[in-house]
Design a protein. Structure first.
Length: 123
């Protein structure tokens, strides 16, 4: 497991501490966590709602992060996501495209295969 943590500036809002965890078995699908408010339509339940849903894993490469993009791009995508979350909490409107979470059977299967890093159990 590789873990990267950075403080990410969110323009107009408080900075957030972001952690990206890369499991060698799922290197192209890092789990990304952020501190701060957890109210968001684009977060997973794990770790108290701190896990972000930044992209739909089945999207084409240009709409999601891929390893060739590098860490700077990943944290840039997270910064944009956190800005959208903050705006949503104020306005009730999500800026940009959304994938409905109820229509994510592939993500559910991927999540079931990953260990829950807080307990060591399989999700």
């Amino acid at each position: 497991m590789h873990v990267y943590t950075a403080t990410v500036a969110v323009p107009g809002y408080p900075s957030r501490v972001v952690t990206a965890e890369f499991d060698r078995r799922f290197a192209s699908h890092p789990e990304v966590y952020a501190d701060g408010p957890t109210e968001s339509p684009h977060r997973f339940d794990g770790r108290g709602g701190t896990r972000l849903c930044v992209w739909y894993h089945s999207d084409p490469p240009e709409r999601r992060w891929v390893p060739e993009d590098g860490l700077l791009r990943l944290f840039g995508m997270v910064q944009t996501h956190l800005l959208k979350e903050a705006w949503w909490r104020e306005s009730g409107h999500w800026v940009g495209d959304e994938a409905p979470h109820s229509a994510r059977p592939d993500q559910a299967r991927l999540d079931q295969a990953r260990p829950d890093h807080t307990t060591g159990d399989t999700l």
